[in-house]
Structures are given as structure tokens and as C-alpha cells.
Design a protein around this ligand. Structure first.
Ligand SMILES: Nc1ncnc2c1ncn2[C@@H]1O[C@H](COP(=O)(O)OP(=O)(O)OP(=O)(O)O)[C@@H](O)[C@H]1O
Ligand SMILES: [Mg+2]
Length: 243
């Protein structure tokens, strides 16, 4: 598998505080990587660096030519909250980057894919939290990215909706052939979705452990292997909190 994204952060500081140090992360084609770690360890900061939203750090991010040839470097970002503009319709939110030239056919197809076919003209206030996050994912896919970066995308929805959204994300990643780099606080979610789970520590933030999840998709949430990997991830998180 060739690498789409190579991230090297020698150091990232905010004022006098070193937030990330010696972090290396590569994302291969169609790979799903989860970032797990205590609050404040720099997960969102790392994701923003990967997206090119934060350029103020020592290190570099290399994008494969396959990415740079695309719009927005072939990378799209889904935030923790849906961040929809309340005065725009669902379709206008999804195609916002293209304004009036937005591709309506593609928007309708994406809405079908996220299970919201026919909701083009609805306003964000008519949507539940889970529906709004589906729209946010559709907006992320609108530019046809090769890499989707997601920062705790399902943390605001109930457990059942969350499981449905996880399955939706997996099927979208497969259908569109995209790689995912996902920040989550949820160990089960990371092990259910990812090929690799990177457990981060803090002060300064770095990758303490990389857990390979060798199970094919779709996975059984009660799989014994996942249960044992969970124990491994938990032990590492305890260590990182103990520092
Ligand atoms: N714009 C900023 N200015 C100053 N400090 C910041 C800024 N953004 C983040 N920080 C600090 O950098 C550290 C890492 O923040 P970051 O948001 O990346 O953590 P996180 O791992 O995503 O946490 P959480 O799990 O709570 O979302 C924190 O100590 C935070 O206070
Ligand atoms: Mg964060």
C-alpha cells in the first residue's frame, strides 16, 4: 500500500507549552487509522496539522501527488459538531464550496448514500443530531476527497445512532475508496472501525503505542479478539493518564 499522507511533527507549541513532540503518522490508501488519547494530548491539533489548517509547527506533512492533484489537496475534514449554516438548506450546506454552481445531482446521490434521500430542501433546524452529522459527512464527501479526517464525529449522538453512523462511515469509506483518520475517545469505536489504533500520551503529546487490528470488516462488536485488544488499549491509556 502506498502512503497518501506522511505526517512528521518534530514539535508543536502553543506559547511556552509543547503540545506535540516527535509524532510520526502515515496513512495508506484505503486505510482507517484511529487516534485515541486523553483529553488535551493534542489529537485535534494533530488532525488540523494533517489537514493543512495549522502550518505553525516544526516538521512537515507530505501529501501524495494523487492528493495534491485534487481539490483541497484531496483531504476533507469533519468536525465534532455538524457546523451547518442554519439559514442554508441541507443541499446548500453540502455544496457550499461551489455556491450556485454546486453539482445538484452529486448532492442528491450523497444524500441517498447517507440515508437522507429527499431532504435537499430541509433546513438544519429540522434535523436530529444524527441526521445533521450525516449531512456533515455528505458535505465532507462533496469534494471527492481521498482522505477524510474526522474529529470525534459521533460524540454528540446516542449510543444506537452512533453504531449506525459507524457502519455508515465504513460503507462510505469502502464505496468511495477513501482513507480515514479518525479522532475518538471511544475505545470500542476505535477498535471496531480502524485497521490501526494509535494510542497517544500527553505532555507532550506523542504516539505511545500502535495497535494493529487484524480483523476483516464487517466486525462483530463482541469479537473476543477485540475484547483482548481493548484491554491492551486500556492499559496503555491508564499509563498515559498516570504521567
Ligand atoms: N489555539 C490554541 N491556543 C493555545 N492552546 C491551545 C490551542 N489549541 C489547543 N491548545 C492546547 O493544546 C493542547 C492540545 O489541544 P487539543 O485540542 O489538540 O487536544 P485534544 O487531544 O484534541 O483534546 P480533547 O480530547 O479534549 O478534544 C491543550 O492543552 C490545549 O489547551
Ligand atoms: Mg480534540
Amino acid at each position: 500500500m502506498s502512503k497518501l499522507l506522511n505526517i512528521r511533527v518534530a514539535q508543536k507549541t502553543f506559547g511556552a507549552t509543547v503540545v506535540l513532540e516527535d509524532v510520526e503518522l502515515a496513512l495508506a490508501e484505503q486505510e482507517i487509522v484511529a487516534l485515541l488519547g486523553p483529553s488535551g494530548c493534542g489529537k485535534s491539533t494533530l488532525l488540523r496539522i494533517a489537514a493543512g489548517l495549522d502550518l505553525d509547527y516544526a516538521g512537515n506533512v507530505e501529501y501524495a501527488t494523487e492528493l495534491t492533484a485534487r481539490r483541497n489537496s484531496g483531504v476533507a475534514y469533519v468536525f465534532q459538531e455538524p457546523r451547518l449554516m442554519p439559514w442554508l438548506t441541507v443541499a446548500q450546506n453540502i455544496g457550499f464550496a461551489d455556491g450556485k454552481q454546486a453539482d445538484q445531482k452529486w448532492i442528491s446521490q450523497l444524500l441517498e448514500e447517507v440515508g437522507l434521500g429527499g431532504w435537499e430542501s430541509a433546513l438544519p433546524k429540522q434535523l436530529s443530531g444524527g441526521m445533521a452529522q450525516r449531512v456533515a459527512i455528505a458535505r465532507g464527501l462533496y469534494s471527492r476527497p481521498r482522505v477524510l479526517l474526522l474529529d470525534e464525529p459521533f460524540s454528540a449522538v446516542d449510543a444506537f445512532t452512533r453504531m449506525k453512523l459507524q457502519d455508515l462511515l465504513l460503507s462510505l469509506a469502502r464505496e468511495h475508496g477513501i482513507s480515514l483518520l479518525l479522532v475518538t475517545h471511544d475505545i470500542d469505536e476505535s477498535l471496531y472501525l480502524a485497521d490501526r489504533v494509535l494510542v497517544m500520551g500527553s505532555r507532550p503529546g506523542n504516539v505511545r503505542k500502535s495497535i494493529h487490528v487484524p480483523l476483516p470488516q464487517p466486525r462483530n462488536r463482541a469479537d473476543e479478539w477485540l475484547v483482548s485488544l481493548k484491554a491492551e488499549a486500556l492499559a496503555e491509556l491508564h499509563e498515559s493518564h498516570a504521567i
